[in-house]
Design a protein around this ligand. Structure first.
Ligand code: UD1
Ligand code: CA
Length: 457
């Protein structure tokens, strides 16, 4: 999208969001894992404007902390006396000339392409985005005259019965000639039911000043839906996920059920990826060609190379997995788990901050932490790297072609040399030499004549 050097974007985000019934400011409630306001900022940035100004007020420090960035200017509105009063606070920051686009922090699905016609409209004109909604309840209604020209906007609270029947609503998204804003805002009054200064009252002012007001309806109504309640938020989340799933299907991903996937971040897929139901993808996840994800897996910031299968109920965070691996069911990969190709991590195996070489296996009930595991290593069931002495973490090194018998503890720092075999039930505290069998368990013995105790009566 081309840059708009004469454009200001102001995002209103000072309100409390009373109808959310929450301690958290409304614009910080999350959609697809990110604050509502962050989604609106995406749309603003895609327009490459001269300035982006966020008006915050209620819990301003929280809002600031959540979305602060070098390209965003914050202005404070306190107390919050309405949407018109909010934009007033931004006036001193506006780059002069050009146009000023107003977005609402609680309208998260808006896309830059939808905003372009408003921004590109005639210089001396107020453009407003409207929508025809089946249920216009709670929105401001667009009142037009006999010739269908926009006359004014009335809020639900202030509307007459006849006006309540209007289905064309104000999306709250406007684009104004910047030079006119300050003058109009000075004339705002709060003589309405809410006793607020309404931004919508600028419309009749523009008409009076003979500045044309163009209301264009957006046909994709989800893009302009405002979120005022948790029910609306839940509905918008589903809508967002539905769109995202459709996108994945269009790009060649198989989804067992497009209604049962949640992506809270960025999911990139190669060819012929298959995703079963109930999986959650967070942060940045990349799946190579032919990767299959079985039901109910959680993946956050994970990179998986082609041909790998992740079996059901696996939890993978900040891990990188090579080609043709098999992970799960019930595996846990924690930050810094790095698997090479052809690795098998089985059920109830936890891997943290460890590299596992190609062809190695840990199939059952194991903890591998702060370790380097070589190639073609077999780690038996119940093996634990004892990486923590209560104060510090230490590393375990297991070289290529090692076989670790079941129920072994490797007390770090410790090294198992190439080709070594560790007998089951060992507690390894010293280096195990290459190509030898190392045992540390007591010799098996039996006590002749021993009798089981009997219960005292
Ligand atoms: C507003 C519009 C309504 C429109 C609807 C679209 C007005 C008077 N009403 O109503 O016509 O149909 O949006 O979703 O403009 N805000 C501030 N400071 C304030 C008040 C609000 O920054 O003093 C911010 C809020 O944080 C929110 C946005 O403005 O992000 C909209 O406020 P909200 O109270 O939700 O307005 P609506 O009643 O939905
Ligand atoms: Ca709203």
């Amino acid at each position: 999208m081309k840059s708009n050097a004469n454009l200001n974007v102001v995002i209103l985000a000072a309100g409390r969001g009373t109808r959310m019934q929450s301690d958290l400011p409304k614009v910080l409630h999350t959609l697809a894992g990110r604050p509502l306001l962050a989604h609106v900022l995406d749309a603003a940035r895609a327009l490459s404007p001269a300035k982006i100004i966020v008006v915050n007020g209620h819990k301003a420090e929280l809002v600031h902390a959540a979305v602060a960035a070098p390209d965003v200017i914050f202005v404070n509105q306190s107390p919050q006396l309405g949407t018109g009063h909010a934009i007033q606070q931004a006036v001193p920051e506006l780059a002069p000339g050009g146009k000023t686009l107003v977005l609402l922090g609680d309208v998260p699905l808006i896309q830059a392409q939808t905003l372009m016609p408003l921004v590109e409209g005639a210089a001396n004109c107020v453009s407003m985005l409207t929508a025809i909604l089946e249920d216009p309840h709670n929105y401001g209604r667009v009142v037009r005259d006999a010739r269908k020209k926009v006359k004014c906007i009335v809020e639900q609270k202030d509307a007459t019965r006849a006006q309540l029947n209007i289905h064309e609503i104000n999306t709250g998204i406007f684009c104004y000639p910047t030079a006119r804003l300050a003058g109009w805002l000075k004339q705002l009054k709060n003589n309405n039911k809410a006793a607020e200064y309404y931004i919508t009252d600028l419309v009749p002012m523009a008409i009076k000043a003979r500045v044309p007001v163009e209301g264009t309806a957006c046909s994709d109504t989800a893009q302009v839906e405002g979120i005022n309640t948790r029910r609306q938020l839940a509905r918008m989340e589903r809508e967002y996920q539905r769109r995202l799933a459709a996108n994945l299907l269009n790009t060649g991903v198989t989804l067992a059920d497009p209604a049962r996937i949640d992506v809270r971040g960025e999911l990139r897929c190669g060819q012929d990826v298959v995703i079963d139901v109930g999986c959650v993808f967070e942060g940045r996840v990349t799946l190579g060609d032919g990767v299959r994800i079985a039901p109910y897996c959680v993946l956050r910031d994970v990179d998986i190379a082609s041909g790998t299968l992740v079996e059901a109920f696996s939890h993978l965070v900040q891990a990188s997995i090579g080609a043709n691996c098999r992970v799960g069911p019930f595996s846990r990969l924690r930050p810094g788990a790095q698997l090479s190709a052809d690795v098998h991590i089985g059920n109830f195996v936890e891997v943290k901050a460890s590299d596992i070489g190609a062809g190695s296996k840990a199939s059952h009930l194991t903890y591998i932490g702060d370790s380097s595991v070589g190639r073609n290593v077999n780690i038996g069931a119940g093996t634990i790297t004892c990486n923590y002495d209560g104060v510090n973490k230490h590393r375990t090194i297991i070289e290529d072609d090692v076989f670790i018998g079941s129920d072994t503890q490797l007390v770090a720092p410790v090294t198992v040399r190439r080709g070594a075999t560790i007998g089951a039930g060992a507690t390894i505290t010293k280096e195990a030499p290459a190509d030898q069998l190392t045992l540390s368990r007591a010799k098996q013995m039996s006590v002749p004549g021993w009798q089981r105790p009997v219960k005292k009566t």
